[in-house]
Design a protein around this ligand. Structure first.
Ligand SMILES: [Zn+2]
Length: 282
């Protein structure tokens, strides 16, 4: 585990100042899914973003000028990219846990959960951003699961007031509008652009994650409500995972499937009447 404090040594390395903590699987996940936390804390002396990146970047795709890098060299490139983003984004702290994805994806291995518990105990954030439990990337789900397990072991007195499961590899447009948490990411688009540009090793080959993220946020804001003028030009969706903290008996799988059941019921209710008698009278 490495810990980078961008403003050290100019300021005492106080981890307790963290108010918004992002926990992501890969380098760049924080800047894409937890930008709301980053921009909320940016230039605000009372609010501080902390980042946790769980994997080591060894399995990253590599193209162009990065094509010939070894796994070790690629890990170093991605490590530097993440720390550079932490400096630009004025993070209070950036943890890099450096795990191979195979380690965090093993449900029997408690290492990640234990490390996250330690970080949560030290930082005591008010808001936590992590991956949503309906994401399609196995490493993202492993991080979500470890985060929920760690949060449930945290002393209730220091638990965050809100835990958000954010979009990356699968949007949350399908969720019921009333259940969506709308994160306004309209402000400071230049910061978003600069943060995204730090991850050149993933972008130079044509996977324009930086543009895709802003595009999704624009689409979310535009298509959320057909009747009103958009209050925010860019919106990121999240699933509220806080109930999983308050009720330890709540099964995270059933909790997630309940959202999908609502989606299913909505489609059935709206589409069903158009076809209820179709085929019977013809
Ligand atoms: Zn990722």
């Amino acid at each position: 585990m490495s810990l980078f404090i961008p403003d050290s040594p100019h300021q005492p390395a106080s981890l307790t100042r963290v108010t918004h903590l992002g926990i992501g699987a890969h380098h760049d996940d924080l800047e894409f899914m937890a930008y709301h936390g980053i921009v909320t804390c940016y230039d605000n002396p009372d609010l501080w973003f902390g980042g946790v990146t769980c994997t080591n970047g060894a399995g990253s795709s590599r193209i162009g000028p990065f094509a010939d890098l070894t796994d070790e060299q690629m890990q170093e490139v991605r490590h530097q990219e993440q720390d550079a983003a932490a400096t630009t984004g004025q993070y209070a702290a950036q943890y890099q846990l450096g795990h191979p994805s195979s380690v965090i994806k093993d449900p029997a291995n408690p290492t990640l959960t234990n490390e996250l518990l330690t970080i949560l105990q030290v930082t005591k954030p008010e808001v936590v951003y992590t991956h949503n439990p309906a994401d399609k990337h196995p490493s993202h789900l492993a991080v979500t699961a470890a985060t929920i397990k760690a949060l449930r072991q945290l002393d209730p007195a220091v638990r965050p007031r809100q835990v958000l499961g954010c979009e990356v590899w699968r949007g949350l447009d399908w969720m019921a509008d009333a259940d969506k948490i709308l994160l306004d990411v309209s402000t400071n688009p230049d910061l978003s652009k600069t943060l995204g540009a730090h991850f050149a090793s993933q972008i130079v080959g044509g996977k324009r994650y930086d543009l895709a993220v802003r595009g999704r946020a624009l689409a979310n804001a535009t298509f959320f409500d057909s009747h009103s003028v958009d209050a925010a030009s860019h919106v990121w969706y999240a699933m509220d995972l806080t109930p999983l903290l308050h009720d330890p008996s709540l099964d995270p799988v059933q909790f997630t499937l309940a959202h999908i059941d609502k989606f299913k019921a909505d489609v059935s209710q709206n589409l069903g009447p158009h076809f209820n008698s179709w085929g019977r009278n013809s």
